[in-house]
Write a protein that binds this ligand. Structure first.
Ligand code: ZN
Length: 337
């Protein structure tokens, strides 16, 4: 009787301690609803530049991002280091594009990350290259799932992917869900404006056909009513067959093509050779698989440069209102009337 209150007290203390230990354990293993890295930020792994840009724009200060593909590196067939695989394993959230980088897909499959955002879930892949015969007969057969992976080059599809990244971040880090939503809306507004610039800028061009070294622009072509003729397949390092080169030559002649586009991360030698043979110019059409100087350029600025280069090559009417670089909000002084 006398000892009972003491026993009760001790029992209460013991229970409290157990509860405390349990809650500490939950925090330590990150098993609670809000997974966070040690710096308090959501630890995000992005597979390559277009995914990194979405993570940055939507996550801002709440995320710490690791890009698996270094600036200026061609992302197709990327090999991961052991350290990178460990980083994928430990990430809170992963933003990637299934079907572009087989080693990344493998690491993501094996990762215990709670939030895996696959861009192709928001924008399913379409097969562009087969009907265009862009793959040579000796194209490697072990290329992973069928479908053209270059969905980010259509701003409307990219906006859909942005929304899925915003939803994924909000679920992974609910305490900042409102910020992620606001940042997503802002980015989607910018992408919608970019889409409208492309629509207007490519509406009345002299020709609708463009020739490119790497078949990266199938989605862009579909969205704006253009025809992509690719010297190479979807893999930029593959070699075209002589039969393919003859087809490209005929398509260029038949459609009044003036320019052969090449990209920034791969040697322009092939495009140069073909252009010289056909007496055409060369220009850059950047597939945005990496940005050489992220402090200077981003998705939006490179896409506007692509639009200007396409307008020049396709013969857009001069003085098209959409061709002004940067904002359309009127920094240019207009004469008063
Ligand atoms: Zn590519």
């Amino acid at each position: 009787m006398i000892g009972l209150p003491g026993r009760r007290t001790r029992t209460t203390v013991a229970l409290t301690t157990t509860a405390l230990v349990a809650s500490l354990a939950l925090t330590a293993c990150g098993g609670s609803s809000s997974a966070k890295g040690t710096d308090g930020k959501l630890n995000v792994v992005a597979s390559f530049y277009p995914m990194e840009f979405l993570a940055q724009q939507i996550g801002k200060d709440h995320v710490s991002i690791t890009d698996l593909t270094a600036p200026g590196v061609e992302p197709h067939d990327l090999e991961l280091t052991a350290k990178q695989v460990a980083g994928v394993q430990k990430a809170d959230a992963i933003v990637y594009l299934k079907g572009l980088q087989p080693t990344v897909d493998q690491a993501v499959d094996q990762s215990s990350a709670k939030t895996k955002i696959d861009a192709t879930a928001a924008s399913p892949l379409v097969d562009h290259h087969l009907d265009e015969g862009a793959e040579g007969g000796d194209a490697p057969k072990d290329k992973g799932p069928a479908g053209d992976p270059h969905i980010w080059l259509d701003p409307a599809r990219y906006a859909a992917i942005a929304k899925s990244v915003g939803d994924g971040f909000a679920k992974a880090d609910p305490s900042h869900a409102e910020d992620y939503k606001k940042n997503t809306d802002e980015l989607v507004t910018k992408l919608t404006a970019l889409d409208q610039e492309f629509q207007a800028g490519l509406k009345d061009t002299r020709t609708k056909t463009f020739v490119t070294s790497h078949a990266a622009f199938g989605y862009l072509a579909d969205h704006y009513g253009l025809t992509q003729v690719a010297i190479n397949g979807v893999d930029p390092e593959s070699e075209p067959t002589p039969a393919r080169l003859a087809e490209v030559q005929k398509a260029a002649k038949d459609n009044g093509v003036t320019t052969i586009f090449f990209e920034t991360l791969v040697s322009p030698k092939l495009a140069d050779t073909v252009a010289k043979d056909l007496g055409l110019k060369t220009a850059v059409l950047d597939p945005l698989e990496g940005v050489k100087d992220p402090s200077k350029d981003d998705y939006l600025s490179v896409m506007r440069q692509n639009l200007a280069n396409l307008q020049a090559a396709l013969g857009a009417p001069s003085g098209a209102p959409s061709s002004a670089p940067g904002s359309t909000s009127g920094t240019t002084p207009t004469p008063a009337s």
